[in-house]
Design a protein around this ligand. Structure first.
Ligand code: AMP
Length: 635
């Protein structure tokens, strides 16, 4: 393994670095430091926060700075005041044993006069937010004629925050022959255009995979009913007793609401959003940094610049639309060699976002099951016992109290003391979860799923089943065979398992393998059934809709005398429905049985993956009238 010495770091900086606890360079430092020391090649480094990029550019900048020089030689631009202060703080740490190197942070929201004064007194490195830097240039106090290196840190964030114009102005002010380094967690197209405009033949350095989240982050999602989101959040917190996490919401209002609820429910939480004053935000962030807050509920904007290394969890209470925002959120955990967990709470309609993020991130999410009250209580209990076992005893402090305590507890035996001690610390959870209903997942398979209890009788499906609503019912002549046929048509060449089928008069519910939902449902929605458009969507929230009889009309229902499904007259009372006699008591009702079983009854019950599965009496042939593959094409 290469050392800092071998990278060319000078002894005075080495000393400071050792004191910071850096033993060996991190990968981004290994790559960037030698490229900077003694060279001036432009660099684009794709690196997440937490990878050690500040030292990657900071150590060489400090090393190259000319002690006591009147004009600055390096300019670092970054998106937020917090990051600005942090970078300046880090560089000052690296410069601890380097005489006469001044690093000045300049940022909006604080007195410009103080910053002007400091600039006039002479600094070697400026760390600035683009807006304030622009002001200083306009006032003529920032003299940038000696700048040799410009660092654009978190370039994607600066662009997100609308700093492009300011960056353009600043880059036009610095000497043309300067060297430019751009650090970014993601690579949106505007970065390519900045690099084209302002960088000369930049060398691209990628730390980890492009656009991927931090390597040490596990990505998990819970599929939950929207109404249960908050309860699930609480369960996640309860099931992770050591949680130190950021909970991301989309709006300021939601952020405050969730934080208020958590506080009310006894959690150590606070809100961080733009409606708070700078002073309030500073206070919340410092309480969080010092771990006096365990869960910080924040908006993306307010959390920018909040830099905490050892977050255990990032929770996406609401997922962002933009996958790059997800990358930033999840990159806040799993930093500096630690592992982290990024959790998304999604309802059925939002699950396609998970697929999109997976594609961009090139990482798979694991679907997780909401822990039961019992599981949570067990976890909390063992956490408590673990802590008790490991607690450091400060004998001298407690010794003087012990005789009184022993005397007071004399009448209790050891078991009784343990029981009481556990109850004291643990009753909050026991009481809450004793009365709490278990949370049902909208995905009907899996523990806690709505079909829990019926499992075991049906085929296991990878990733479980999802319950769907379809706008066709028995009155439409829509029975299991028709459903199966429809699914077959929308999934050519695939083996898609169906679970329970619940036919109503005007509409129906059916379960389909979750992993095929995103692919098959849009195709089903493009189909027509006997001239009627089909609407298929997740069944969430549709459990109680009215199934009142609907007037029959030949316009929307077709001619009743026409033979249906397999050419028999379905109006005939004794006609088999969907191929098997549903009246037979022992016949399975379109679901809950093993569809793969060879002897399973046909029609809602046969294995549709089998090649010889009947297509309902030549139904396929006359379907050209009934089914229109693609409504768009029909137009
Ligand atoms: P950054 O990506 O610059 O925000 O750095 C993330 C964290 O890694 C910071 O807390 C740094 O102090 C720490 N760090 C940076 N370089 C090293 C190193 N070589 N060894 C150990 N920790 C480091």
């Amino acid at each position: 393994m290469i050392t800092f010495e071998e990278l060319g770091i000078s002894p005075s900086i080495l000393k400071a670095v050792r004191e910071l606890g850096f033993e060996n360079p991190m990968p981004v430092q290994e790559k960037v430091i030698p490229l900077m020391l003694g060279q001036s090649r432009d660099i684009i480094a794709l690196a997440q926060t937490g990878t050690g990029k500040t030292a990657a550019f900071g150590l060489p900048l400090v090393q190259e700075a000319i002690p006591g020089s009147k004009l600055p030689t390096a300019l670092i631009l970054c998106p937020t005041r917090e990051l600005c202060l942090q970078i300046a703080g880090d560089l000052n740490d690296y410069a601890l044993y380097s005489n006469d190197i001044k690093v000045l942070p300049v940022y909006g929201g604080s007195s410009i006069d103080t910053q002007v004064k400091a600039l006039r007194s002479g600094v070697q490195i400026i760390v600035a937010t683009p807006g304030r830097m622009n002001d200083l240039i306009e006032r003529g106090v920032a003299k940038l004629s000696a700048i040799k290196r410009v660092v654009l840190d978190e370039a994607d964030e600066m662009l997100n925050m609308g700093f492009l114009d300011s960056i353009n102005t600043i880059l036009a002010e610095v000497p043309e022959n300067r060297n430019t380094l751009l650090f970014s967690a993601t690579m949106p197209p505007q970065i390519a255009s900045i690099s084209k405009k302002y960088m000369k033949d930049p060398l691209e350095v990628t730390i980890g995979t492009r656009n991927s989240g931090a390597e040490n982050v596990k990505h998990i999602y819970y599929t939950v009913h929207a109404k249960d989101k908050y309860l699930v959040l609480k369960r996640i917190a309860d099931n992770n007793p050591g949680i130190f996490g950021l909970v991301f919401c989309r709006t300021r209002r939601e952020t405050q609401e969730i934080a208020d609820k958590l506080i009310q429910d006894g959690y150590n939480a606070e809100a961080l959003h733009g409606d708070l004053s700078q002073g309030q935000r500073d206070l919340v962030m410092s309480k969080f940094r010092s771990k006096n807050i365990k869960m910080l509920v924040a908006t993306d904007v307010a959390a920018r610049g909040l830099d905490v290394d050892d977050l255990t969890h990032v929770i996406n209470y609401t997922l962002p639309d933009d996958h790059e925002v997800y990358t930033h959120r999840s990159g806040r955990t799993g930093r500096a060699g630690k592992t982290g967990i990024s959790i998304a709470l999604v309802n059925l309609r939002e699950r396609h976002l998970i697929k999109q993020i997976e594609k961009k991130l090139k990482k798979e999410f694991k679907s997780a099951v909401v822990p039961t009250g019992r599981e949570i209580c067990e976890k909390q209990l063992f956490h408590l016992i673990d802590r008790m076992e490991k607690v450091e005893l400060d004998q001298t402090d407690i010794d003087s109290y012990l005789p009184v305590i022993y005397r007071k507890l004399e009448w209790l035996d050891k078991e009784e003391v343990i029981k009481r001690f556990v109850s004291l610390s643990f009753n909050r959870f026991l009481e809450y979860y004793r009365n709490a209903n278990e949370i049902k997942s909208p995905i009907s398979d899996g523990p806690g799923g709505e079909a829990d209890g019926k499992r075991g009788r049906r085929r296991e499906a990878e990733g479980g089943y999802t319950r769907m609503f379809i706008s066709l019912g028995k009155m439409d002549g829509f029975y299991p065979p028709q459903l199966i046929d429809l699914v077959n048509r929308c999934s050519p060449g695939k083996k898609v398992a169906l679970g329970d089928i619940d036919l109503k008069r005007n509409f129906s519910f059916f379960e389909i393998e979750t992993r095929f939902v995103d692919e098959i449902i849009p195709a089903m929605n493009r189909m027509e059934f006997e001239g009627r458009p089909i609407k298929v969507e997740p069944a969430e929230g549709k459990g109680d809709i009215d199934d009142a009889p609907r007037p029959r009309s030949s316009a929307n229902r077709g001619d009743d005398s026409r033979p249906r499904s397999g050419g028999y007259d379905r109006t005939k009372k004794d006609a088999p429905r969907g191929g098997y006699d549903r009246a037979k008591k022992d016949a399975p009702r379109g679901g809950g049985f093993d569809r793969t079983k060879k002897d399973a009854p046909r029609g809602g019950g046969f294995d549709k993956t089998k090649k010889e599965a009947p297509r309902y009496g030549g139904y396929k042939k006359d379907t050209s009238e009934s089914w229109n593959r693609d409504k768009k094409r029909k137009k």
